[in-house]
Ligand binder design. Structure first.
Ligand SMILES: *Cc1c(COP(=O)(O)O)cnc(C)c1O
Length: 414
């Protein structure tokens, strides 16, 4: 069906061929690894063992590597390891210097530049950490960092100070102190496992950890934040899903930023999680030349729904050191949110947030739909820019008489 309506600013809403092309599910297949057996390719241990981890390997596989990337790979590796699974590497378009997949995982020399306001711990997590590996910022829930390793490393990682062990962060994989803290704090009803990537733990280790958390009576809700469904869909085995479903209610938040990351392999992997009764959300980071575009974002969120994944958060990129080349502006984020809300399924619209620098937590950022509240009415505008009024008294109580007419509601000044 052709959508011929225009958005508020008179631009054509995302539709048409580009959107449909971005939404098509593909598999990139074996690419550079065409001689590998099916058994090896589909084995997540094989994928991890054969990750691309050196600048030389990158250059050999991709002769179109730019000098900025080669230099970046040499330098940045000290701060945040370079690692890309063969599966994910094949999604890169070697002919496109600005390939949105490439920008997320191949270091660039700009990573070594740090602006004065950039930080190594931009969300102030270390200051809210009662025991190592636990962040207790909000009253009723904790973030539990269970490993410092990921299947591949996002170049804009907000936790690069501790992941990939580039700076010798002290991890305690026995988890005793963290579990004891959760047990001693009855206000903690929600535990979010993150890291690093929790799904890198073996099934046995993860099962043990989830079992210990489930044994704490006040822990009502468990969730796992993981980029493994998109970096390493081979990890989402039927055995893993069968184990996870024993710990319901358990949610999983995946991480994807561009519709091309949602391949047929990823659709099948998250489908297995959904079939295990696990509600799925997605977290995206707004990234320059990756997804700072309304059509790309529309394709991503619509494709996520087709995978049974609810877009949960869209993050403004944290002020992590060396990320300026990947950060898009807040006004761009707001503009994209306006192009989503009302124009597409409400389930497809994530909440845009800034994780407040210094440790304030996630703050929702929204386009303004309330124009003013006074004189017996709330003036609102819809996604098309049309203005409507909702009558109520200034103190919020219902009106007994109709509000007095105002001639030009758009001109109402609060
Ligand atoms: C994001 C986050 C959570 C979870 O927040 P929700 O809004 O409940 O998803 C919890 N703790 C910390 C420290 C976080 O950064």
């Amino acid at each position: 069906m052709k959508d011929t309506s225009l958005s508020a600013n008179g631009e054509e809403p995302p539709s048409g061929h580009r959107l449909q092309a971005l939404k098509a599910f593909h598999s990139a297949g074996r690419g550079f690894w065409r001689d590998v057996s099916d058994a090896d390719w589909n084995d997540w241990h094989w994928q991890l063992k054969h990750r691309v981890t050196t600048p030389e390997q990158l250059q050999r596989l991709m002769p179109t590597l730019t000098p900025e990337e080669f230099a970046g790979a040499k330098l940045a590796n000290h701060k945040l390891a370079l690692a890309i699974t063969p599966y994910f590497f094949n999604l890169i378009d070697p002919a496109d210097e600005h390939c949105p997949i490439r920008r997320q995982v191949i270091p660039r020399v700009e990573e070594t530049y740090t602006a004065a306001w950039e930080m190594s711990d931009p969300c102030g997590e270390d200051s809210h950490s009662p025991v190592p590996g636990l962040v207790h910022r909000y009253p009723d829930r904790v973030l539990f960092l269970v490993t410092d390793r990921c299947a591949a490393y996002c170049r804009y990682c907000t936790r690069s100070r501790l992941v990939s062990n580039a700076s010798g962060y002290d991890f305690h994989p026995e988890f005793d102190r963290q579990i004891a803290y959760i047990g001693q704090h009855p206000e903690i009803r929600d535990v979010l496992l993150s890291g690093g990537d929790p799904l890198l733990l073996s099934d046995e280790k993860l099962e043990n950890l989830l079992g210990r958390l489930r044994a704490i009576p006040h822990v009502e809700f468990l969730r796992i934040g993981s980029r493994i469904p998109t970096f390493l869909p081979q990890r989402i085995t039927p055995e893993l899903c069968a184990m996870l479903k024993k710990f319901h209610p358990l949610f999983v938040s995946i991480h994807s930023n561009h519709p091309r990351e949602l391949t047929t392999e990823v659709r099948d992997a998250v489908g297995r999680l959904a079939d295990a009764g696990i509600p799925l959300g997605n977290q995206s980071v707004l990234l320059k030349r990756v997804n700072d575009d309304a059509t790309v974002m529309t394709a991503l969120v619509q494709k996520l729904l087709m995978c049974r994944v609810k877009p949960y958060y869209l993050y403004q990129c944290d002020l992590i050191a060396g990320s300026a080349h990947l950060r898009a502006g807040v006004s761009k984020g707001l503009e994209i949110m306006e192009q989503l809300r009302g124009h597409t399924t409400g389930y497809a619209v994530p909440q845009y947030v800034i994780d407040a620098p210094g440790g304030g937590g996630k703050v929702p950022i929204n386009p303004e739909y309330v124009l003013c509240r006074n004189a017996g009415r709330v003036l609102i505008r819809n996604y098309e820019g049309k203005v409507f009024e909702y009558p109520e008294a200034e103190d919020g109580t219902p009106l007994s008489t109709p509000p007095k007419e105002i001639e030009e509601p758009q001109l109402c000044k609060c």
